[in-house]
Design a protein around this ligand. Structure first.
Ligand code: NAP
Ligand code: ZN
Length: 352
């Protein structure tokens, strides 16, 4: 074991603060990574504040962070894919059983024994896993990914969650040329959803509560922007969408979007608000519409997404912050005030 610097929260009402945590020394199949950048996902905020207590109660102290890009510093004896000095990335998962039907299908995110990057049982050290708001992390090579080296690394970090969470459902539900696709909520996930839908050739419509994001939405690749509080503008799109991705972090009326689907259209929820959303049966049964959800993506698909981003030069639009500004960043996320992902420059942790 060794110690590494990190930022943790001691309770649901405590700010994140500098600390030291233990990491295991790399075992046979492990890769040790010095973290260069870590994105700030709204899931970090939900979990630091224990907003998902009924599904996955937070164990304190919590070290969040699951959008990790860094450089390999040490490898275990049996590691074949990585060498010290290589760029490497880690997303939301660090382990799974590897032999259940979901793992065999490349859907590790649905493995009953999947281990999340933070706040999951740590089978090596006991306690819970600690995430990317830290100097280093040690991960089984099966859960380490390759980042195309020409990408901006601060902007590549958010691909590991915001990227795969929007790429995967769009691939699953066939977002392609000629489809009319909606993206609800222009935050970290939403802005990646716009970039992917655009890259897949769809006609992209952004739904936002923030009129000030209109120009950005168009620049990011949207063809139309609707301010969702404008009932008339919403009405014009009734019954017309093939697919809608709902990436809203807070309570909202999902029926307003279900009603915009054409017959047999699909809305996929990726946002994970604290409280259940009320669904009108009529919104669904009128037009045989589909309501679905999606959770990140499997490891192979995450690599496919990173390679796609390499080929099309896609990264997140980031505001780079030192770790000392992370509490402020959380407050700004709650006000939808981010353009469009905070990425922590982990070099700032060295001065703690
Ligand atoms: P984010 O950057 O904070 O973006 C959320 C966006 O939702 C905001 O920018 C805002 O967009 C909109 N919004 C916020 N409050 C709203 C309200 N009261 N009513 C309507 N719209 C509102 O968050 P994120 O990191 O993209 O994450 C979004 C959600 O996805 C979170 O709940 C997160 O936990 C979840 N998530 C799920 C997965 C998964 O695997 N399914 C993975 C990662 C994250 P506008 O300003 O455009 O309205
Ligand atoms: Zn996330």
């Amino acid at each position: 074991m060794y110690h590494t610097k990190a930022y943790s929260a001691a309770s649901a009402t405590s700010p994140l603060a500098s600390t030291k945590i233990q990491r295991r020394n790399p075992t046979e199949h492990d890769v040790q990574i010095e973290i260069l950048f870590c994105g700030v996902c709204h899931s970090d905020v939900h979990q630091v504040r224990n907003e998902w207590s009924s599904i996955m109660p937070t164990v304190y102290p919590i070290v969040p962070g699951h959008e990790i890009v860094g450089r390999v510093t040490r490898i275990g004896a049996a590691v074949a894919k990585y060498q010290p000095g290589d760029l490497a990335a880690v997303g939301c998962m660090v382990d799974s059983d590897g032999n259940c039907p979901q793992c065999k299908a490349g859907l590790e995110q649905f493995c009953p024994n999947m281990i999340l990057t933070f706040n999951s049982p740590d089978k090596h050290l006991g306690g819970v896993t600690y995430g990317g708001y830290s100097e280093t992390i040690v991960v089984d090579e099966r859960f380490v990914l390759r980042v195309p080296s020409h990408l901006n690394l601060a902007g590549a970090a958010p691909l590991l969650c915001a990227g795969i969470t929007t790429y995967s459902p769009m691939r699953c539900w066939g977002v392609t040329k000629g489809r009319k696709v909606g993206v609800v909520g222009l935050g970290g996930l939403g802005h990646m959803g716009v970039k992917f839908a655009h890259a897949f050739g769809a006609h992209v419509v952004v739904f936002t509560t923030s009129p000030g994001k209109k120009d950005d939405a168009l620049r990011l690749g949207a063809h139309e922007v609707v301010v969702s509080r404008d009932a008339n503008a919403m009405q014009k799109h009734t019954g017309s969408f093939d697919f809608i991705l709902d990436a809203v972090s807070a309570h909202h009326d999902i029926n307003a979007y279900i009603n915009l689907l054409r017959p047999d259209g699909t809305i996929t929820i990726v946002g994970a608000p604290e409280k259940p959303l009320a669904v009108s049966a009529f919104s669904l049964l009128m037009g045989r519409r589909n309501l679905s959800g999606s959770l990140i993506g499997g490891i192979a698909e995450t690599q496919e997404m990173l390679d796609f981003c390499g080929k099309h030069n896609i990264t997140a639009d980031v505001e780079l912050i030192p770790i000392q500004k992370v509490n402020e960043a959380y407050e700004r996320l709650l006000k939808a005030d981010v353009k469009y992902r905070f990425s922590i420059d982990m070099a700032s942790l060295k001065s703690e």
